[in-house]
Design a protein around this ligand. Structure first.
Ligand SMILES: Cc1cc2nc3c(=O)[nH]c(=O)nc-3n(C[C@H](O)[C@H](O)[C@H](O)COP(=O)(O)O)c2cc1C
Length: 401
């Protein structure tokens, strides 16, 4: 009740982040908030949006605005989809379902991560009426992975997203400093951090340690989330390559999305194997530190793809104006990760919904101030050309490797 009140008064994603930070032990908050190594990419993801400058075109009747768009052939009420995130239940029990329900209410797609803390079936059951996509990590255990894909088909997920930027885990130094590792082991340091978070502890005491539910049964010994998460780390398949991706594309009967692309040559090659959408992403700055900000990589990728697939972008979306900037550079949509995570940690479904309402209101206001009445009317003319990085403008690219 109190949470609901607090999140209803939050005016920005930054404010929801502050509320989430207050509610979680530091080590847990840092796990969700942090990035790899020096966090150069994490910070640059946000700053790259801030560097882009808008040029408003007033004197347009903006009394009625249409924010909807088509994503993979179906209408979405916003050019936004929920990005897959692993482990939300470690922040707060029920966060996966809360975010999925908020997405249904907002009329946008929701992507469930392989390593989420709710199963494929639970999300389909507890967030009915929405549009669901399943994100697969490539597990060494091919039989188990095939089982997951069959479960996603049976539960009516209408697209499969393959994440390709995680052949190995990134080096996340906040986690190392906070001694957050899997399997989780308590130390005196954790005691100090966690003991002051009565609410977080009470949640864990009431509901128990969350499970990475999709992976139950992958290893017979994996009985709790810590053990399962550690087995996931060991279970990624770093040998996954173009040939296997092509075979997966041929076998999967519905739409396929590839997430974690930053190079135009790769984007070009993906269209030639029949990928329906590409997510330009550096995994929210959690993998390769120093990787280009996705919004900076976007223009060259849009050009390389030339309309043969949809192009979405994620990483650093914290304002509705960021969504407008991404659309201006040719993205069909953005995905959001931390924005709705922070909302859910602050106030479960009400908090995740609040995050989406904030982004919606800001996008609408930005469009009205800029003189754009629909997503289709947002184009490159909305941006000051000198604020778009020169390297990203009309860059020639060579043949794919
Ligand atoms: C805590 C956390 C867990 C994540 N887990 C996954 C995952 O399981 N699969 C995946 O493809 N991406 C994962 N991502 C990356 C997101 O899908 C997305 O690319 C990123 O969060 C976008 O950046 P943003 O958080 O700034 O919006 C994760 C990101 C965070 C913050």
């Amino acid at each position: 009740m109190w949470d609901r009140h607090l999140v209803s008064r939050a005016w920005s994603i930054a404010e929801l982040r502050r509320l989430a930070k207050r509610r979680l032990p530091r080590g847990i908050f840092d796990f969700f908030d942090g990035g790899a190594e020096d966090e150069l990419s994490l910070n640059d993801n946000i700053q790259a949006f801030q560097r882009l400058k808008l040029i408003p075109r007033p004197l347009v009747d903006v009394s009625s605005i249409d924010l909807s768009t088509l994503l993979l052939g179906r209408r979405s009420s916003l050019p936004v989809a929920i990005a897959p995130t692993g482990g939300p239940g470690f922040g707060r029990h029920g966060s996966d379902v809360a975010i999925a329900r908020a997405a249904v209410e907002a009329g946008i797609p929701y992507t469930l991560s392989t390593s989420a803390t709710a199963s494929i079936e639970r999300i389909a059951r507890e967030a009915p009426g929405g549009r669901l996509w399943f994100q697969a990590y490539i597990l060494k255990n091919r039989e188990f992975l095939a089982g997951l894909l069959n479960r996603a088909l049976a539960a009516d997920y209408d697209a499969l997203m393959i994440t390709v930027d995680l052949p190995v885990g990134g080096k996340r130094e906040r986690d190392a400093g906070n001694r957050i590792s899997f399997p989780f082991q308590f130390t005196a340091r954790h005691f100090r951090d966690f003991a002051f978070n009565v609410r977080w502890l009470a949640g864990m005491a009431r509901y128990g340690m969350p499970m990475v539910e999709n992976l139950i049964g992958m290893e017979t010994q994996a009985t709790n989330a810590g053990r399962i998460a550690s087995s996931v780390g060991r279970s990624y398949d770093p040998s996954f390559d173009w040939d296997r991706l092509k075979r997966m594309r041929d076998e999967w009967p519905r739409r396929m999305i590839v997430k974690g692309i930053l190079h135009p040559m790769d984007a070009d090659r993906l269209t030639s194997i029949g990928i329906d959408a590409i997510v330009v992403s550096n995994h929210g700055g959690r993998q390769l530190d120093g990787a280009i900000a996705p919004i900076d990589a976007l223009p060259a990728i849009v050009e390389a793809v030339g309309g043969r697939a949809e192009v979405w972008v994620d990483g650093g979306v914290r304002r509705g104006s960021d969504i407008a900037k991404a659309c201006a550079l040719g993205a069909n949509a953005v995905m959001v990760g931390r924005a709705t995570l922070f909302g859910a940690f602050a106030g479960l479904e009400a908090g995740a919904s609040r995050a989406l309402t904030i982004l919606t209101d800001e996008l609408e206001r930005t469009m009205q101030l800029c003189g754009a009445r629909s997503i289709g009317e947002i184009d490159r003319g909305l941006l000051h050309e000198s604020s778009v990085p020169a390297s990203a403008v009309r860059r020639p690219f060579k043949e794919a490797r």
